[in-house]
Design a protein around this ligand. Structure first.
Ligand code: SF4
Ligand code: SF4
Length: 341
């Protein structure tokens, strides 16, 4: 924490007032308790926020890469087509309570959608968003961020990180924007910093790495034809939950939807777990069974993405472990890969 110019504190009793002030200037998204669990949702008032959560069921990727979005509309006008751009200027967004694993996923998505050929839709939402994290004092049983290069108090991809102390929040402003946002707050005392460091140590103790990520990356080279893929996928029922809830999965499909001579181009999330994901118009499917699809999921996350972007496609959030209906645990899959001959 010493590397930051200013680490500040906010009394717990002042959090609601602070958030309610932000709602005036930003669209604020935060963890909210709904029937289906604790999910990220847009809030109008601070008292809608649920602060007792290990992680939200959905990740905040949907605010940067919506599950379904219209890219533009088109209509036939005489002999030509008229295109209507739908990009509208929106209010700024502030996403509060993002766990450090999801912050790391944003840093990875930024590499995919902002480097080389920037995606203008992602770029405008990303530029317009402030992402405020909440450190994990009590990581979940299914979390494994430390095994994939992250940590319960890491701040990569975040604009600021909150740490919940007994009576206040310690706030680490990471970007200039958040330095400004929190400039009016008092500096943290040495005791506050010591309390936060103790919490960090305790959280890290609960998250002993379960494998060495570099070894997995190395091992996967040359494993394309391994018999292990025959076994790994056996339980999978192709529901796609693991990829839809994953903060790092980002595959999509683009379709034109038309009525008469008008239509719109839509981008929808897709999933490598679905049989039609790689189905060619000819009827040929290069990934005809779940074996090839699971191999792709692992290879993409732990080998290809690392080679292409420098980042892994898994941040250890544990959502796929927690919500897979047949308990297919990616940690076990990775350990089996490491132990395979
Ligand atoms: S959530 Fe489980 S069953 Fe569903 S596609 Fe993923 S691995 Fe297969
Ligand atoms: S693969 Fe699973 S554990 Fe890894 S980031 Fe995606 S949902 Fe989280």
């Amino acid at each position: 924490m010493a590397i930051f110019n200013k680490v500040v504190v906010l009394e717990k009793g002042e959090l609601y007032l602070f958030i309610n002030n932000l709602v005036k200037d930003y669209d604020v998204f935060a963890p909210v308790k709904e029937e289906e669990g604790i999910i990220f949702s847009k809030i109008d008032k601070a008292d809608e926020i649920c602060l007792s959560y290990s992680n939200t069921k959905n990740s905040m990727k949907e605010f940067l890469l919506p599950q379904s979005e219209e890219l533009f509309r088109f209509a036939k006008k005489g002999n030509s087509n008229e295109i209507a751009d739908l990009k509208e200027k929106k209010r700024r967004s502030l996403i509060f309570g993002v766990r450090p694993c999801d912050g790391k996923a944003i840093a990875m998505l930024d590499k995919v959608f902002l480097e080389n050929i920037p995606d203008s839709y992602y770029k405008s939402r990303r530029k317009n968003a402030l992402v405020i994290g909440m450190a994990c004092n009590e990581p979940n049983q299914t979390c494994f961020c430390t095994s994939v290069g992250g940590g319960p108090f890491s701040y990569g991809g975040l604009d600021a990180l909150f740490v919940e102390l007994k009576e206040k929040y310690l706030i680490i402003p990471v970007t200039k924007q958040c330095e400004k946002l929190f400039a009016h707050l008092d500096n943290a005392s040495q005791e506050d910093i010591k309390e936060a460091e103790k919490l960090k140590k305790n959280a890290e103790k609960r998250l002993k790495p379960v494998f060495e990520i570099k070894d997995i990356n190395k091992k996967l080279h040359g494993m394309f034809e391994s018999p292990i893929w025959e076994k790994i996928h056996e339980k999978c029922i192709k529901c796609g939950i693991c990829t839809y809830l994953c903060p790092a999965c980002h595959c999509f499909d683009v379709q034109d939807e038309t009525i008469g001579e008008k239509g719109c181009r839509v981008r929808n999330w897709d999933s490598c777990m679905f049989p039609k994901f790689t189905l060619h118009a000819s009827g040929h499917n290069p990934r005809p069974t779940q074996k090839e699809r699971w191999r792709q999921r692992i290879m993409h996350k732990f080998n290809y993405l690392k080679e292409n972007t420098g980042s892994y496609g898994c941040v250890g959030c544990g959502r796929c472990v927690e919500y897979c209906p047949v308990n297919l645990d990616i940690r076990k899959v990775l350990k089996d890969i490491l132990e395979s001959k």
